[in-house]
Write a protein that binds this ligand. Structure first.
Ligand code: URA
Ligand code: SF4
Length: 202
């Protein structure tokens, strides 16, 4: 893929970013998705949470984390004492990737090539928001932000640094908790990681 570089504005703020992202042709995901879904939340947030890609609901509604994973994330944020309105929420990849099964659109994990193609948008959001802490939600966000070789399963809940030195903490993706066979345990661990993240900001 050519990558998003060419479409990402070099200057300006969130308004300009949001106005240009729909034109991106940095990989092939724009073709089948309904729309691009940029991040949302407080532009001056101290905490930025980075998920994977919009899902079916997000693609239809045009907002991040409004489907089942988003509802779980909302509950976990409340339990961890974090206000959704005070953070910035985004995804590593801005268009929905899916496979058709009959009429149903089944989420597919974006490829490494698509994650890397879309990373200039995420990097631009980081440059605009300048969060003090980035919460990495799952392996796709980890690939985008930490490169290859970083294993969320081994490092979750730990204070780490992005390659640019910014403070970060990795945890699982909320959709992994939604699907968990041991929901109570995995939800509690997810909340614990978010609490740790909040404590890093104190
Ligand atoms: N999963 C994500 O990673 N992001 C969303 O916006 C929704 C589900
Ligand atoms: Fe551009 Fe990212 Fe959409 Fe690919 S997924 S077309 S790189 S915005």
């Amino acid at each position: 893929y050519a990558g998003a570089e060419k479409w990402v504005p070099r200057d300006g703020g969130m308004r300009k970013l949001r106005a240009t992202i729909g034109d991106c042709r940095g990989c092939d995901l724009w073709k089948d998705a309904e729309r691009s879904v940029p991040g949302e939340g407080l532009v001056r947030a101290r905490m930025m949470l980075v998920g994977e890609t919009p899902g079916d609901h997000e693609d239809k509604e045009g907002h991040v984390f409004v489907g089942p994973a988003g509802q779980l994330l909302d509950k976990a944020l409340v339990e961890a004492g974090i206000e959704r309105s005070e953070v910035y929420l985004t995804n590593a990849v801005k268009h929905f990737r899916f496979e058709l099964q009959g009429k149903r659109r089944i989420h597919k994990t974006p490829s490494a090539g698509q994650i890397d193609a879309c990373s200039p948008w995420l990097q631009r959001e980081l440059a605009i928001v300048k969060p003090d802490l980035v919460v990495i939600l799952g392996a796709v966000a980890a690939r985008s932000l930490m490169g290859t070789g970083f294993k969320v399963t081994e490092r979750r809940g730990e204070a780490v640094k992005l390659p640019d030195g910014r403070a970060a903490l990795a945890t699982v993706h909320p959709s992994a908790v939604v699907r968990s066979q041991n929901f109570r345990r995995d939800f509690a661990q997810f909340v614990d990681d978010l609490r740790t993240a909040a404590s890093l900001l104190d």
